[in-house]
Design a protein around this ligand. Structure first.
Ligand code: SRM
Ligand code: SF4
Length: 555
């Protein structure tokens, strides 16, 4: 029911009327007259891990021809902790080739997306994934999304134990409805009264999307403080004892709406590992019950926390769990970047982090990364771990198999690309943006590589070519590539125009600030030329670019 006297938003009504996220999706799907779904079903589709989109490059041409938009669908998989086996990768490769644009996109939340899937191909795609036990349940929508975790097993001898929590938390927060299985996998439909009750999501789900990440210090590759809940693993005397808990991180803003803002999470205390599922669950229920359901722009947990006050929120969680938070334990983050190339873990196994520019896995311009990864998967001698920096780690390789994998990486130039890319390029992230993202105001992944070429020229000029500066670009202020915590952040405002943000730190604990608005390429390059020139001459020993700018007092 909607609250009396308050106007119910479309999103809230659609959830309430959805009968466990079913709506009329099954009927919409069968309608052969259109490649699109009914409006309400488009909203519900997100809870099943999919988005209806259209090819924006072709909008104008189709409008001129009086044709409907060229609709297609994006599917985002749910892969807690970002790990899949070689069999999964091979299936992903095959499905991508058959049903989508062919490009496999590694996302900033450690999973993959396929784009350009026609309506008639959705069910076969979901079925193909199901064959290898992959699903897209709750990868989008007003529910808990993909749970991320520090990717590289070399991060700690306890990586496996910590990583296990990503799967456990994801499972414990999944919606209970069988709708996904009925609609996409033809499971026999349950009579409504047989549907299991969903004590967490009830019939209104959450006010908004919800994100959880787990980090193993000193690695903050997941950008822990940008999540609704961040769990910082605390390891003492070689044992995982529990987690520091951070709440209220989130980056999305809206140009021109001063009520919206990016916020880094606040650490509210420490909990023992035996309590983690219960505490996480109740942090979610407090947001479910107190989050803003009238204005979706202000409905993320960060706004609830600021409205209620952090102490009140914390007390509400404690009263629901009966578990008081202990004082936060000491921890220190030192890095957010991936460690490229081969690394060995304490058990002796090898892991190779492949640089994947902007997460796009495809065969293009003579560089056949997709074929190389397929060949690796066919050896069955490596698993695939996606990173929140949009790269992939070919992981858990036994010492005897290292040479076999290495030979493939060399033969396809993957090793060369990974080794030779500049630190700036390896620290670059761009969101999807055009042509599929309906919210994009400017280019993202299609443009950043060529801008990096030009910034590399400036770095060489000032003797800074090995400087590991982080640069991130998004096509709009929603923040999908987390541009507000990179040393150089570029946030799209209009086609070819970006706000320039500067001054974030290296560990992901300090956001940057807007330095100049709506710059075109020449203006961006001029500003960076000036500041990088000063950086090369005036920096203190081992001062990062972000710290240098922050200390300059120009922001
Ligand atoms: Fe995002 C919406 C892509 C990570 C904040 N994001 C979208 C949509 C679905 C556009 C839409 O709603 O129609 C984009 C689909 C583009 C496409 O064509 O594929 C989209 N977001 C992405 C991905 C694929 C970017 C990438 O290139 O890797 C990332 C997928 C992650 C995943 O696997 O789940 C992605 N999005 C993020 C992140 C980063 C993160 O979570 O670490 C953020 C900022 C953190 C946060 O949530 O605050 C982010 N996306 C948003 C927002 C702003 C939310 C807000 O609180 O205001 C939107 C818009 C919305 O929700 O209304 C959005
Ligand atoms: Fe789309 Fe904006 Fe996210 Fe980029 S930041 S993918 S343009 S919603």
């Amino acid at each position: 029911m909607s609250t009396p006297g308050k106007k119910e938003t479309v999103a809230e009504r659609v959830k309430r009327e959805s009968r466990g996220l079913r709506g009329t999706l099954a009927e919409s799907l069968k309608d052969e007259h259109t490649g699109s779904l009914r409006a309400d079903d488009q909203l519900l589709l997100k809870f099943h891990g999919m988005y209806q989109q259209d090819d924006r490059d072709r909008r104008e041409e189709r409008t001129l021809k009086k044709l409907d938009r060229l609709h297609s669908f994006m599917i985002r998989l749910r892969i807690p902790g970002g790990m899949v086996g070689p069999v999964h990768w091979e299936e992903l490769h095959n499905v991508a080739g058959k049903n989508s644009t062919g490009t496999i996109k590694i996302t900033t939340r450690q999973t993959v997306q396929l784009h350009g899937i026609l309506k008639t191909q959705i069910k076969p795609t979901i079925k193909a994934f199901d064959q290898v036990f992959l699903d897209s349940i709750a990868a989008c929508g007003d529910v808990n999304r993909n749970v991320t975790c520090t990717s590289n097993p070399t991060a700690s001898p306890l990586h496996k134990e910590v990583f296990g929590y990503a799967g456990e938390i994801s499972r414990s927060l999944l919606p209970k409805t069988r709708a996904y299985y009925e609609i996409w996998l033809d499971e026999k439909q349950l009579v409504e009264k047989e549907e299991p009750k969903d004590p967490l999501y009830k019939d209104l789900y959450l006010p908004r999307k919800f994100k959880i990440a787990i980090a193993i210090p000193p690695h903050n590759d997941v950008d822990i403080f940008t999540n609704d809940i961040g769990l910082i693993a605390i390891i003492e005397n070689g044992a995982l004892i529990g987690f520091n808990v951070s709440i209220g991180g989130g980056l999305g803003t809206t140009h021109g709406n001063p009520d919206t803002y990016p916020r880094l999470g606040t650490v509210i205390g420490f909990i023992e590992k035996k309590d983690v599922l219960k505490v996480v669950y109740e942090i979610v229920t407090v947001q479910r019950d107190f989050g803003n359901r009238e204005d979706r722009k202000l409905s993320r947990l960060k706004y609830t926390v600021d409205r209620m006050g952090i102490d009140t929120y914390k007390k509400e969680v404690e009263s629901r769990t009966g578990i008081p938070f202990q004082p936060a334990k000491n921890y220190k983050f030192e890095t957010r970047t991936d460690e490229f190339g081969w690394r060995q873990d304490t058990a002796g196994n090898w892991h190779y982090t492949v640089f994947v520019e902007n997460g796009r896995v495809l065969d293009e311009n003579g560089y056949n990364l997709k074929s190389a990864l397929l060949e690796v998967s066919k050896t069955r001698r490596a698993v695939f771990r996606f990173t929140c920096n949009q790269n992939v780690i070919l992981s858990d390789v036994l010492p005897k198999d290292k040479e076999l994998i290495h030979e493939i990486l060399v033969r396809y130039d993957v090793d060369k690309k990974t080794t030779e890319a500049s630190p700036l390029r390896k620290n670059s992230i761009a969101c999807v943006a055009l042509s599929t993202c309906s919210l994009a105001l400017a280019e993202g992944q299609r443009y950043l590589p060529s801008l990096v070429d030009k910034i590399e020229g400036i770095l060489i000029k000032y003797g800074l070519k090995n400087e590991p500066i982080t640069i991130r670009m998004t096509g709009c202020p929603n923040g999908c590539a987390r541009p507000y915590i990179s040393e150089i952040g570029l946030v799209g405002t209009a086609y070819g125009k970006y706000n320039l943000h500067l001054g974030a730190d290296w560990e992901g604990a300090r956001m940057n600030r807007k330095y100049k608005e709506s710059l075109d390429e020449d203006q961006i390059l001029n500003e960076l030329d000036l500041l990088l020139g000063r950086f090369s001459k005036e920096r203190k020993k081992s001062e990062s670019f972000g710290d240098f700018i922050n200390n300059l007092g120009i922001l």
